[in-house]
Structures are given as C-alpha cells and as structure tokens.
Unconditional design. Structure first.
Length: 352
C-alpha cells in the first residue's frame, strides 16, 4: 500500500511514539501536559482544537461525517495499529513562529494510547524512505524524517499517553524547551498573553486562535493598499483602525445546545479600537438587511455584542448549535442559494 505524505508523516509520528514506549517505559512523567505548553513566547499564530468537544458537537458530523480518521488523514493507519489514531487525540495545537522560514510551523498532539498499542504501530510505521533516525534527547524521543525534513518528538506523560510534537529546524527545539519550562511560553508574551486570558475567562473553548500582528507587517499592508488606485482616501481612512490592531483572538465554544463565538482585539490606541468598532457596527447593519445572511446566521448576527475598553475590543455572539449545524449542512450540500424552510424550518416561514 502506498501512503500519501500526510499518512506517511502520521505513520512516522506513531512509530516514534511506540518506539519511545518500547525503549524506555521507565522514563515516564506523572503530570498531564497541555499542548499549549509547547507554544514558545516568540509565536506569530497559535491555534488549539479540543477534539473531544468538537466530536461531541453536531457540527462535527455536519462538517466531516462519521469517519473521523478521514478528517485527520490517518484512516489507513487503523489496520496496522489496531485502533483509529484519530480517536486517541484529545487536543491538537498548531503554532507558527514569529520569525522563521516561509511555511515553517509546528504541531502538538495530546495522544491517548498504551505502550503496546503504539509499539504495534511502530512495527509497520515509516515515511516511505525508512522510519528515520531516532535518538533520545532528555525526556523526548526524537526522530528525523529524511524525506520531509520534519522532526518528531514524543514525550510520555504516563502509561496511557503523552504529547507528540512535529516541526522543522530550530522551531521544534524551541517547542520542546517551552514544554519543559526551559524557555518562556506563549502566555508570557504581552500580545498573546492578554488575549489568552480574556478568551479563557469565558470558559472552555472548542477552538482558540490568537495572532500577533507586528507593526512592520501592518505598515506594509497599509503601503500596498495606498498604491492601489481603487483604494480611495476614504476607504484607507475606514481601514486605518483595523490596521491599528496589534493582536487578535478568536474563541469558539460548541455546546450541545448553544454555541458561542468570541473575538478579542488589542489596538495600538483607543481611537483604533473605536474605529474598528464602527466598522463592525456598519457591517452588522448591512448583514441584518441581507436576506441570505439572515437566513444562514440571523440569530448570531442579532445577538452580536461589541464593547470597548480603551485599547481592547470584545465582540461576542451566541446561537443554537442546532441552527448552526443545519445552516452549515445546507450550505455545504447546495453550494448556493438555500431554501429558508430547509435552514430554519417553520421559524423562517413565520418571519414577516
């Protein structure tokens, strides 16, 4: 059987995890590590996904169907492992360095599996060019994958699982240092730290994403916009507040009955946040008059609340998870205009 690149990398990752257990079962930590602990302070973008919460939501079935292995590209590994690897992932993290090579990123997985199960995967794993060279680095088992150039590190937390990291070059070394507490983590930084605290204050999140927007990046965008003849002085002025946003965060909580969405922004100045709020209010007003937008996301548009506090802006909305799942399903199936009754049932027909 020929594995595609995603399956090959997944196989190598599981092979490493199994080898780690088989070679050194005694080197086991007792505490359970969060994938966020592997995010270094010098991060541009970071995202975490609570796989357990996502899969318990009706939105998961709408987006991906019952085959979770297909979602994570690991279905073909089930036969060789004896279990679906996607079912053993509790949490996934994705992190991009503030400075690094183009396309450089890292990933972290919270994996639940016994040493015997992972060893069974290791017996059939590989990346198509051999399983690579494995070595022990502190409490980590690290393997180099020669074809992809990626490095994979696995650290067991206890007899039933651990944290698995993927990355290239020095970024993986920074991730392992952060995970072990030898280097500052993402929460220590001013940009991400403030956003994370504000997002987490609302409770557990299914999806959490934060991004730091360096001044030089925003100035480059401003310059590119100014050079385009289609952008008038008025349109540039309207966007000036948005280009003053230093960091942005998104939090999504998919509940069994109600789903909430929260956006947190940090601006350079209070005026930048005030200008951004004006743009959000203007957009919401337009969407409230758009029949298609109302049919798809009317409750979420109507429930939107935006608040200002100096250089911070918070936006929150909520709606029924059933409505969200139904709307996504209809849009994905039809790929075009949607019948109101099919999206929102009888309530749509009752709307004047």
């Amino acid at each position: 059987m020929t594995l595609d690149p995603r399956l090959k990398l997944g196989a190598a990752a599981l092979a490493l995890a199994g080898a780690g257990y088989a070679i050194h079962q005694a080197d086991v930590a007792t505490r359970v590590t969060r994938v966020e602990d592997a995010f270094p302070e010098a991060t541009y973008l970071a995202a975490t996904l609570d796989v357990v919460a996502l899969k318990s939501s009706p939105v998961f079935g709408v987006l991906f169907g019952p085959d979770s292995g297909r979602v994570f590209g690991l279905r073909d590994l089930e036969a060789r492992c004896g279990f679906d690897p996607a079912d053993r992932m509790d949490r996934i993290g994705f992190v991009v360095p503030e400075k690094g090579d183009k396309g450089e990123f890292g990933a972290a997985f919270r994996v639940r599996a016994t040493g015997e199960e992972l060893s069974r995967c290791a017996a059939g794993g590989g990346d198509g060019a051999g399983a690579g060279t494995m070595k022990k680095e502190g409490r980590f088992f690290v393997v180099e994958t020669p074809r992809s150039g990626a490095r994979i590190a696995y650290r067991p937390d206890n007899a039933s699982g651990g944290v698995l990291l993927l990355g290239k070059g020095d970024w993986l070394a920074e991730m392992t240092a952060a995970l072990e507490g030898r280097a500052p983590r993402i929460g220590a930084g001013a940009a991400h730290g403030g956003l994370l605290r504000r997002l987490d204050a609302a409770g557990p999140l299914t999806l959490r994403l934060t991004v730091a927007l360096p001044r030089d990046t925003r100035e480059r965008i401003r310059g590119e916009m100014a050079r385009k003849s289609a952008n008038t002085a008025a349109s540039l002025a309207r966007m000036s507040g948005v280009l003053g946003v230093e960091a942005a965060g998104l939090g999504v909580a998919l509940g069994p009955d109600v789903s909430t969405l929260r956006v947190e922004l940090t601006c350079e100045t209070p005026d930048d946040c005030a200008s951004t709020k004006g743009l959000i209010d203007e957009t919401r007003f337009k969407l409230q008059k758009d029949i298609v937008a109302r049919l798809v996301a009317g409750p979420f548009i109507d429930a939107l609340e935006v608040t200002l506090d100096g250089t911070t802006l918070s936006a929150r909305t909520a709606g029924r998870t059933e409505d969200l799942a139904r709307a996504i399903s209809r849009v994905l199936e039809r790929g075009g205009p949607v019948d109101p009754g099919e999206i929102l049932g009888d309530r749509a027909r009752k709307r004047p």
